[in-house]
Design a protein. Structure first.
Length: 301
């Protein structure tokens, strides 16, 4: 089972259930409870395993789809229905150095040997604040290279979606845009390398936990320049060094997230050191079972 946020003129923002290619409007079905992602996540609390999915399914009384998902998956405009980032009031956090490839890349960019290896092996994971909702874009909206960066890359990551009590509700795809030159200059610049306008993309849908076997998730990245692929790579979620539960447990230590929270789980793909994104590139991250998160890249002010 999948759900999404989308824009449907003249009604505005909706939350919908995606069944095959059909989107059924949950906001219409239960306007007081499912108007927002936050209220839907609040509703997820307290169901036994599988119960939330069954509850969502039961809301779909109208057999006629409101819109086709394929019709939403396009560049946003005020006049046409389109998909939105599946976030409204949640913070986005990120785990780092959770794949061996990330250790190698950070050691190379910073010239620091040791600190990344140490965190890879340590009991406590690296967790950092990534984005407020206004830093996040949905599919087809540009992700940004900072104007003061000359070496930036996308980081394709599985994003965990948790409800306001810390239970795992589902998965989506995340792009943790990163300025490697700024982070490499000094690890203390990490927040500037990671947190800025349009630094994070999420989407296209949230797949409920019951609908996916995380061990089978395969992450594919493609970067196109002038219509041609300039970088392609893939990895699998089972190469993640840590368990999902361990990352969630550390995130919730001494921190509450009453509206739920997203946690990016780290990247297992980093392009070679001589590669940087450029204005006009297009980043596509595909995960079977979740879909494709496709974003153009901009560096314009
Ligand atoms: O340590 C810096 C950030 C690491 C990161 O974002 C990742 O491994 O995905
Ligand atoms: Mg990352």
């Amino acid at each position: 089972m999948q759900f999404c946020r989308y824009y449907m003129p003249p009604l505005g923002t909706r939350v919908g259930v995606v069944i095959e290619d059909e989107v059924h409007d949950l906001t219409e079905a239960e306007p007081n409870r499912s108007r927002t992602l936050s209220s839907l996540l609040a509703r997820a609390n307290g169901f036994p395993p599988g119960g939330f999915a069954r509850w969502i399914e039961a809301q779909v009384t109208d057999k006629v789809a409101d819109v086709l998902f394929s019709a939403l998956d396009r560049r946003p405009s005020n006049r046409t229905p389109h998909i939105l980032a599946p976030i409204d009031q949640q913070e986005v956090w990120a785990a780092g150095v959770t794949y061996r490839r990330s250790v190698e890349a950070r050691e190379a960019e910073s010239g620091q040997s040791g600190i990344y290896d140490r965190v890879y092996a340590a009991e406590r994971p690296e967790l950092f604040f990534k984005a407020n909702p206004h830093h996040v874009v949905g599919p087809h909206v540009p992700v940004r290279i900072r104007a003061d960066s000359r070496w930036s890359v996308p980081e394709p990551e599985i994003a965990l979606v948790m409800d306001g009590r810390g239970a795992l509700v589902g998965y989506t795809i995340g792009n943790d845009m990163s300025a490697r030159d700024i982070e490499g200059d000094n690890p203390l610049y990490l927040p500037q390398a990671k947190v800025y306008n349009q630094a994070c993309a999420l989407g296209p849908v949230i797949v409920l936990v019951e609908g996916l076997d995380p061990a089978s998730l395969h992450i594919q990245l493609q970067i196109e320049r002038e219509g041609r692929p300039v970088f392609e790579a893939d990895t699998s979620f089972d190469r993640l060094k840590r368990s999902v539960q361990e990352l969630m447990d550390y995130l919730w230590r001494e921190n509450d997230f009453p509206n739920g929270v997203f946690l990016l789980t780290g990247t297992g793909i980093v392009p070679p050191d001589d590669f940087s994104l450029q204005d006009g590139d297009v980043v596509s991250i595909h995960v079977d079972g979740i879909g494709t998160l496709r974003n153009p890249v901009t560096q314009r002010r």
